[in-house]
Design a protein around this ligand. Structure first.
Ligand SMILES: Cc1cc2nc3c(=O)[nH]c(=O)nc-3n(C[C@H](O)[C@H](O)[C@H](O)COP(=O)(O)O)c2cc1C
Length: 381
């Protein structure tokens, strides 16, 4: 395998912030290169900071396998969240491999191909590239991309910024990036509010959200799995109340007074309403599974491109993915309700929305999530 001029190592600084170190390693072995590529994949975002894949490397390829938890996940919206994240992971790996002088061929094993993979999710085969990678700029900001849940400030995005972000989906026929305006934007804000409120109204969703927050940590500490509470950017006086809401009996009682609407307002409506930009990424594929992987890859390119432009992003996935819950369960409470689908049809005609995000300028996040050591993502067979 070819030699590579540079490798980076990801480490935790004293403040817990992930940072990249460029180190000169002219005689890197194939395994070192593959592990470097995997490490870039691990830096991709995942719902609740829990990657759904495990990896193994052999000669020139990287195999991705489902984590035990993801294998056991049946709920449709959780499966799709996993696929979105996998798309971002493989996008990062492809970009980093390109920066190191490789092209990546990806074979996905889902739908009709599922049986061929012997349980794998995907196989990435690296071969030496003949020319320079055109996406080295995106690869170089992989370690700098983080979710930012602070309030954003204006001005609205410039035409140049929108065009730069839009270019990230141009090569993917089945993916659309939409910036709802006027009446459609108001409809989207309503959907966001309703879905973020539903996450506190429904017992199963309440359990999902609160079980992913590391309340065992103080508000200034990072965590290498799940969400450090400090990353949620909750105002100091609100923190004790928010922590108390993790008790379902307490939440259920307060919901009778409509408290879920207030929490949904703070978690979704307010930050989305005052953000200079609100984007929706949708797929025209049906069923959405392959489309979700493509949307995840596009989301990641958009996010890295935004990072290059000095813009911050927070995904707000609930309004897009919660309507999928009704496909996999006998829900008594459908948080998205049937008229959500009508609103979506007017915001994104003839496509299925899978990701909503807000974008703008912001101060750096108070706390950045970190990642487990690479060995924890290794597949044990
Ligand atoms: C598919 C997907 C859905 C996500 N949904 C949300 C969301 O609804 N709200 C939110 O604040 N963050 C959301 N995130 C961001 C993750 O919580 C975040 O990526 C993870 O905690 C790791 O942090 P990092 O992005 O700073 O590396 C989502 C990320 C992915 C990939």
């Amino acid at each position: 395998m070819a030699e590579f001029p540079k490798l980076w190592r990801v480490k935790k600084s004293d403040s817990g912030v992930l940072c990249a170190m460029e180190t000169h390693r002219p005689n890197a072995t194939a395994d070192q290169v593959l592990l470097d590529v995997v490490r870039s994949g691990v830096l991709a975002p995942s719902a609740d900071n829990e990657h759904v894949f495990r990896f193994s490397v052999s000669e020139q390829s990287i195999d991705l396998w489902p984590s035990p938890e993801y294998s056991a996940t049946l709920q449709r919206h959780r499966r799709v969240l996993g696929q979105l994240s996998l798309g971002a992971v493989v996008q990062n790996m492809t970009l980093r491999a390109g920066q190191l002088g490789f092209v990546v061929r990806v074979k996905w094993y889902f739908g009709a191909n599922e049986g061929e993979g012997n349980g794998r999710l995907a196989k990435l085969i690296l071969t030496p590239a003949s020319g320079m990678s055109e996406t080295a700029g995106l690869a170089s900001v992989i370690p700098k991309r983080h979710t930012n849940r602070k309030m954003y400030f204006g001005p609205t995005l410039t035409q140049m910024e929108i065009a730069t972000l839009q270019r990230q989906v141009n090569d993917t026929d089945a993916v659309r990036l939409i910036w709802p305006q006027g009446r459609e934007r108001r409809r989207l804000l309503k959907l966001i509010w309703r879905a973020e409120s539903a996450r506190f109204l429904d017992q199963q969703l309440h359990q999902e959200i609160f079980s992913s927050i590391r309340f065992d940590l103080s508000w200034d500490k990072t965590s290498d799995w799940a969400l450090p509470p400090g990353a949620l950017e909750i105002e100091l006086p609100m923190r004790p109340l928010f922590k108390a809401l993790r008790s379902w009996p307490m939440m259920r009682m307060l919901n009778r007074l409509g408290v879920h609407h207030l929490v949904g307002l703070r978690a979704g409506l307010l930050p989305a309403w005052q953000a200079p930009g609100l984007g929706v990424i949708a797929t025209t594929r049906a069923p959405v599974d392959g489309g979700a992987i493509e949307v995840g890859a596009c989301m990641q390119r958009i996010w890295l491109s935004a990072t290059q432009l000095g813009l911050s992003i927070q995904p707000l996935a609930a309004s897009a993915v919660l309507p999928l819950r009704s496909e996999s369960s006998d829900l008594t409470v459908d948080p998205a309700t049937s008229d959500a689908n009508n609103s979506w049809a007017s915001i994104v005609p003839n496509a299925t929305p899978l990701m909503v995000f807000r974008i703008g300028r912001a101060k750096p996040p108070s706390v950045i999530s970190s990642r487990r050591p690479l060995s924890d993502y290794s597949w044990s067979g």
